[in-house]
Design a protein around this ligand. Structure first.
Ligand code: NAD
Length: 381
């Protein structure tokens, strides 16, 4: 019998390009297993539109339970025009809320780094502003405006009224801020807490809790930033940030904005974590930040890098395998350095003739080859 460790990863390919990018990332993880002597026991689960079509629900109870019993979850994306009616009782994104709620995933981590050759070509922000960008947004995921009491529009036309509320408890704030302090400590030691404390009561509570906790982390430099000025600084001086922590709505908006820095939505990974420990690390759900990209689904055109880098985060945080995670990240860099590109990151009029625009499968193969070789990927022929 093999004495290699066997990790249990639940996959949720989902809809649109989801199955394509998840398949690409699974190939890369299996290649990492070959190199670092571990095995993966994969299980696949339906969620989103795929589950609505097959079972009439966004995700079945048994799939939530099976995902919770795994060591980690790798998800593609859910949703698409077929299921987009906002008034429908059953909607694809309910699967995500279900998983977050049932599995206690309260913090969303979005690291943003910019590959130098992409900064010089595909990114919409000037290359000199992108030098040294290496930031991590920690977004609270289960509280605030999206979960507060609301009233839908009522009243006569011209006088209609609707409301949403933004509640936060001290414990909800404390647990996500603690995670952010720990992450800042493991990086460059700088934490920026983002709020709107000049207006919102919940932001003032948020800021008070951060201040109360800073004495526990004397090695972490703490700053507070109002969300409106933070939105501006993320584009004007992104390299100044290390870890940012913020509530649900602000995090939703700022993390998409920060995604622009990397040149394409297809480049960025994310992790959703809770407090539950597994045998190897912290249980989590990992997914690229992009959606199901229905406009390019089924055409082998999706950039798989966001999902491959999500798998690297999974290996590092949930499986305690920084060796394999580092190697996957290095293999992605090597494939990009060698000129492999999907269409979204191949800038128009690209002067470098070494650049080769390829599909999802071929880019994943370039990463697999670089990983197996433990060295730079081959230059496209
Ligand atoms: P999207 O991220 O799917 O696509 C936006 C644009 O980016 C499209 O032009 C798409 O082709 C491109 N794109 C996205 N990922 C790419 C990749 N990997 N490689 C190359 N190009 C890529 O956002 P959208 O169009 O607003 O949403 C489409 C569907 O996805 C909707 O149903 C939405 O609800 C859903 N969605 C799901 C998630 C999730 O599952 N977490 C997140 C966002 C959106």
């Amino acid at each position: 019998m093999s004495d290699r460790p066997v990790y249990r990863i639940a996959t949720i390919p989902g809809d649109g390009v989801g199955p394509e990018v998840v398949a690409a990332a699974c190939r890369v993880v299996d290649a990492a297993g070959e190199r670092f002597a571990f095995e993966v026991d994969w299980s696949e689960h339906a969620a989103g539109g795929a589950a609505i079509d097959a079972y009439g629900v966004a995700i079945r109870d048994e799939d939530v339970a099976a995902c919770g019993a795994a060591d980690a979850i790798l998800l593609g994306a859910v949703g698409g025009p077929k299921w987009d009616d906002p008034k429908a009782a059953v909607r694809p994104e309910q699967a995500l809320f279900r998983l977050r709620g049932a599995l206690g995933l309260f913090a969303n981590l979005r690291p943003v780094t910019v590959h130098p050759t992409i900064a010089a070509s595909a990114a919409p922000v000037r290359a000199e502003l992108l030098e040294g960008v290496d930031l991590l947004i920690v977004r609270e995921l289960t509280g605030g405006l999206y979960f507060g009491a609301r009233t839908e529009a009522t009243g006569a036309p011209g006088e209609r009224h609707a409301s949403d509320t933004l509640p936060y408890s001290e414990s909800e704030i404390r647990r996500v801020v603690r995670l952010a302090f720990e992450l800042a400590r493991s990086r460059r030691g700088r934490l920026t807490s983002v709020d709107k404390a000049n207006v919102l009561a919940t932001s003032r509570l948020w800021r008070t809790v951060v201040e109360e906790m800073r004495s526990e982390y004397p090695d972490v430099e703490v700053g507070h930033q109002l969300v409106d000025s933070c939105a501006m600084l993320l584009i004007k001086q992104p390299a100044q940030f290390d870890v940012l922590v913020t509530e649900n709505l602000f995090g939703d908006i700022l993390s998409d904005e920060a995604g622009v820095l990397a040149g394409s939505l297809g480049m960025l990974p994310s992790a959703s974590l809770g407090e539950r420990r597994t045998a190897y690390g912290t249980f989590g759900l990992y997914e690229p930040i992009h959606g199901s990209a229905p406009d390019i689904a089924g055409q082998d055109r999706a950039n798989p890098i966001g999902t491959i880098l999500s798998a690297a985060m999974l290996l590092r945080l949930s499986l305690g395998r920084p060796d394999a995670a580092d190697a996957i990240e290095a293999a992605v860099d090597a494939a990009l350095d060698a000129g492999w590109r999907t269409g979204d990151i191949a800038a128009a009029g690209q002067p470098d003739e070494r650049l080769e625009v390829v599909g999802t499968t071929a880019l994943a193969s370039a990463v697999v080859n670089a990983l197996a070789a433990g060295a730079a990927a081959s230059v496209p022929a």
